[in-house]
Design a protein around this ligand. Structure first.
Ligand SMILES: Nc1ncnc2c1ncn2[C@@H]1O[C@H](COP(=O)(O)OP(=O)(O)OP(=O)(O)O)[C@@H](O)[C@H]1O
Ligand SMILES: [Mg+2]
Length: 452
């Protein structure tokens, strides 16, 4: 019979132990017993238990001391304490030290079973919640940003350093380079990681709506304000707010936003009282803000306030050695999402990837892989699964068929060896019978290595 939880039961009276463990066992619990707290601690060192049920009055260490000992050993399982009828202070004492609940003796079997079930269920929920939270953190942390190129490795170091501070950050970079991903990573390595992460897209709303989106509004502030609305900045209390596409922020709102940055207080539209908000601001843009400042389309004072720390995410064409890694990363994820088992990317395909300029950066690569995964009926992605824009620029297409020059042949050999060895340079060099240094020189020559 499958059990539903393991319980450590402690009482110095053999009869109580016998009766209670019979009730618990009958209800599918796995029970281990002990006669003293000391013996109980010994059992805990040997077994993983879901719940401890202990008598308060024990020879030697009493129930309260036992709860203390369990907690100070870092164990978090719930403890139910059994107390003699009427000794409520003792029960309270045990609760203060971290017991989950108490039961009066003589123990009512139904009450015992209900408490046991509740204690175990609640504890499981807490554990699940903790693991969900840490999974979420993990998913958002910079460990999820793929990149082994030197530029990206340096970038990760920057993210960690910047994360620890509270200053505003301006993230620039072409569209699709991963600015939002970087902003999230900064949040999740920062001391605010347990607070909210809010994104406001400044380009998505007309000016009038954007103001109330940012700052909120009071009921009746304008004709369609039927109810009070809390703004996004306020929702970010204790966390981080990403102002995405900040270059699109209308001038009137730039002024209001600047005031918020100076005073750290917001005023809801139609509101009278200013509300203190503690958020960290990260702004992102794919436009050249300095140029906008020169054109008077962006306030200079706001630019300086936002630009305390400035990060520029490099375009994908400047970190081409990340392409194979990114491609595999997306292939893995998209396989899962589409329930496919494509495990290979043909050498020619990888060559086209390395030759391509990626104006849409990482997002374009992600979309390209997605399209290929959907189109691919076999277990390997081949050139027909690529969009014409990529195939058209293939070097093979530029060159007359049958007239492959030395350079093309060499590049194919390199890609073949690298592909076979999952881009392990040492092993690829072995395959080709050249030194690692020679391999790297050739890779650089063919644009297969951009670091340094
Ligand atoms: N280094 C990376 N590793 C893994 N995925 C990445 C990486 N960089 C970007 N991505 C993915 O590429 C897509 C685009 O990234 P993101 O939305 O962060 O770009 P962006 O710079 O904000 O673009 P835009 O300027 O268009 O808003 C996302 O799906 C993101 O998860
Ligand atoms: Mg973005």
């Amino acid at each position: 019979m499958e059990t539903i939880g393991k319980i450590l039961l402690i009482d110095d009276e053999p009869n109580t132990l016998k009766v209670l463990s019979a009730i618990l066992k009958k209800n599918r619990y796995d029970v281990i017993t002990a006669k003293t707290a000391e013996e109980g601690l010994d059992r805990l060192a040997k077994f993983e238990v879901d719940l401890v049920i202990t008598d308060y009055r024990l020879p030697g260490m009493n129930g309260a001391g036992f709860v203390d000992a369990i907690r100070s050993s870092g164990r978090k399982m719930p403890v139910i304490v059994l107390t003699a009828y009427g000794s409520i202070e003792k029960a309270v004492d045990a609760m203060k030290r971290g017991a989950f609940s108490y039961l009066a003796k003589p123990v009512n079997p139904d009450a015992l079973l209900t408490s046991a079930r509740e204690a175990i269920e609640k504890h499981r929920l807490i554990l699940e919640n903790i693991s969900l939270k840490s999974q979420l953190k993990e998913r958002n942390s910079f460990k999820n940003i793929v990149g082994k190129s030197k530029v990206m490795q340096d970038f990760f170091t920057m993210i960690e350093t910047v994360g620890r501070s509270h200053s505003s950050v301006l993230i620039s970079g072409e569209s699709g380079t991963g600015k939002e991903l970087v902003a999230r990573a900064i949040h999740y390595v920062s001391p605010r990681a347990d607070g909210p992460f809010i994104t406001i897209d400044c380009a998505s709303l007309p000016e009038a709506l954007l103001e109330s989106e940012l700052f909120g509004h009071e009921k009746g502030a304008f004709t369609t304000a039927y109810d009070r609305k809390v703004g996004q900045i306020e929702l970010g209390q204790g966390g981080t707010v990403l102002l995405d596409e900040v270059g699109e922020l209308p001038l009137s709102l730039q002024k209001k936003f600047l005031r918020f940055l100076q005073e750290r207080e917001i005023l809801r539209v139609g509101g009278k009282t200013r509300i203190k908000v503690d958020v960290r601001i990260i702004a992102a843009t794919n436009r050249n803000l300095e140029a906008l400042v020169k054109e008077s389309a962006f306030r200079e004072d706001l630019f300086y306030r936002l630009n305390v720390v400035s990060l520029t995410v490099p375009p994908l064409r400047d970190r081409k050695d990340d392409i194979p890694l990114l491609a595999r990363h997306f292939l893995g994820r998209l396989n899962e999402e589409n329930r496919k088992a494509i495990n290979g990317i043909e050498v020619e395909v990888m060559q086209l990837f390395m030759d391509h300029d990626w104006p849409g950066n990482v997002r374009e690569l992600e979309n390209t892989i997605e399209r290929a995964v959907v189109l691919c009926p076999s277990d390997t992605i081949t050139t027909p699964h690529l969009p014409a824009s990529l195939r058209g620029k293939s070097r093979a297409a530029e060159e007359p068929a049958g007239e492959m020059n030395f350079s093309t042949v060499e590049k194919r050999l390199l890609l073949g060896a690298l592909g076979k060895t999952s881009w392990n340079q040492t092993r690829a060099a072995e395959v080709l019978g050249i030194s690692r240094k020679q391999l790297r020189t050739k890779m650089k020559h063919h644009g297969l290595l951009t670091e340094e």
